[in-house]
Design a binder for this molecule. Structure first.
Ligand code: FPP
Length: 224
């Protein structure tokens, strides 16, 4: 059975779910948030050490302002509701991406990171304002300025995921097969599962099914 240390998820399909079920895209985001909470708790119970969730990409700024603002208000609610609970459960929260939101949200994100910094049962990375190409360019600039040699290890240490092991498994819901500028370097050897269900319909049973399939894959890493 494969060890499973790190699961990454592209939570796609909120907008379509909202339109199909409530005639409103933002209703899909609201429904998707419940699934986020369930999957975090299940990951904790399964003793997986890292969970990375793609919550907002650098490209998502192209969306209507109303939807963006709604997403950020959901994020605020999520943190206000869960920060103490997560801390009690020994969950560490880390933001991957530049915090250039409202002062209130930036401070809340900083507080979440600071409060949970020493926790070590599960690390939840929220990719927010995250774009992998930007992250890679930035790593190159940092290495260039430091005059150090470019090596795989040194490069990895200059990414936002510094000290985080690469994901073993990527799940993308929403019946779309693409990476959308998410962890392009880090996913080099991940097993990828594309799930037809839209994110708000994804549940604990679906998650377990994928994890069980993952466990049985023969992972070669280039070997035979
Ligand atoms: C992609 O679905 C989803 C997002 C861009 C946002 C993800 C947000 C959540 C799951 C809820 C909030 C989460 C947190 C952590 C506060 P989409 O809108 O692109 O769906 P579509 O492809 O159907 O349009």
């Amino acid at each position: 059975m494969n060890p499973l240390n790190h699961v990454a998820i592209i939570m796609d399909g909120n907008g379509r779910w909202g339109l199909n079920n409530k005639n409103s895209r933002i209703a899909g985001h609201k429904a998707g948030l419940y699934v986020v909470e369930d999957i975090i708790n299940q990951t904790l119970n399964l003793k997986i050490k890292y969970l990375t969730l793609f919550a907002f990409s650098t490209e998502n700024w192209r969306r209507p302002k109303k939807e963006i603002n709604y997403l950020f208000s959901l994020l605020e609610k999520f943190l206000n509701k869960n920060l103490v609970k997560f801390h009690k459960k020994n969950i560490k929260l880390k933001i991957l991406g530049r915090k250039n939101f409202s002062k209130k949200l930036n401070n809340l994100l900083l507080k979440a990171e600071k409060t949970t910094f020493k926790n070590d049962e599960l690390q939840v990375n929220l990719a927010l304002n995250y774009g992998s190409k930007y992250e890679i360019i930035n790593a190159i600039k940092k290495i260039k300025n430091s005059n150090k040699k470019i090596t795989i290890e040194n490069f990895s240490q200059n990414l936002l995921t510094k000290n985080i092991p690469d994901p073993d498994l990527l799940i993308r819901t929403g019946n779309t097969k693409r990476l959308s500028n998410f962890l392009l370097w880090q996913l080099a050897y991940a097993e990828i599962f594309f799930e037809k269900k839209l994110w708000p319909d994804f549940n604990e049973k679906d998650y377990l099914k994928i994890l069980n399939k993952f466990r049985k894959i023969k992972r070669n890493f280039g070997n035979i």
